[in-house]
Design a protein around this ligand. Structure first.
Ligand code: CA
Length: 223
């Protein structure tokens, strides 16, 4: 999962990026509205954290412009405590959620998880497919109840496929959602990661759809 953080406060930006990174997300960052707007317009994100008070272009205008252009990724806005009207304008502009400053970063992480789940149509913070269980809160994977040690790349890959269960996900899409903008994007590396992941989870749950990509089928017995 790939997240964009648009926040002009350098310390806050760093804190958010570090916490999201630790939680297993790939994170791109911008420090003003124009840069943020450009990234959100050109790169695919699974969620965006957008400050409202930004230099160059304010957060509301950034969001309005994205929505006008059909960019429909989940957006969490950050508002100042004494600016209730920002929440109203933000939600009207197409924000999915908001957090008021100052905040605990855990709240941001929980809301981002919920936004990503909601976008994927998943209600629970734990996703189960057969013996495989992904705990999005702890960024942990178990297989038949046993802990599976994954690298951050492998976790992201599995998490993305499980959030998009039943869909064929192309290599290009995976590269775009698993690496930040500076990564040397070679879609062949995805094959290598899928190979390692298959070995570690030791099942044939990850299906190769020839010429198209990969798919994890939803649990037939679920729901
Ligand atoms: Ca600000």
């Amino acid at each position: 999962m790939r997240i964009l953080v648009v926040e002009d406060d350098k310390d806050l930006n760093r804190q958010l990026v570090e916490s999201l990174d630790e939680a297993g997300y790939v994170v791109d960052k911008a420090f003003d509205g124009e840069e943020g707007h450009f990234l959100g317009d050109t790169e695919p994100y699974d969620a965006v954290i957008l400050d409202i008070g930004l230099p160059e272009m304010d957060g509301i205008s950034v969001l309005e412009s994205w929505r006008r252009d059909g960019r429909n990724m989940p957006v969490l806005i950050l508002t100042a405590r004494d600016r209730w009207s920002d929440k109203v304008s933000g939600i009207d502009a197409g924000a999915d959620d908001y957090v008021t400053k100052p905040f605990h970063v855990e709240e941001i992480l929980a809301r981002v998880r919920a936004l990503i789940r909601r976008a994927a149509g998943i209600a629970s913070s734990e996703i189960e497919i057969g013996p495989l269980r992904l705990d999005t809160k702890l960024s942990r994977v178990t297989m038949d109840g046993r802990n599976v040690k994954l690298t951050s790349h492998e976790y992201r890959l599995l998490s993305y496929l499980m959030h998009h269960q039943g869909q064929v996900v192309s290599r290009t899409e995976l590269v775009e959602h698993l690496y930040d903008q500076d990564f040397d994007r070679d879609s062949n590396t995805i094959e290598v990661f899928v190979g390692r992941l298959r070995k570690k989870i030791n099942t044939d749950l990850i299906e190769t759809v020839r010429g198209l990509g990969y798919r994890i089928q939803p649990d037939e017995n679920a729901g």
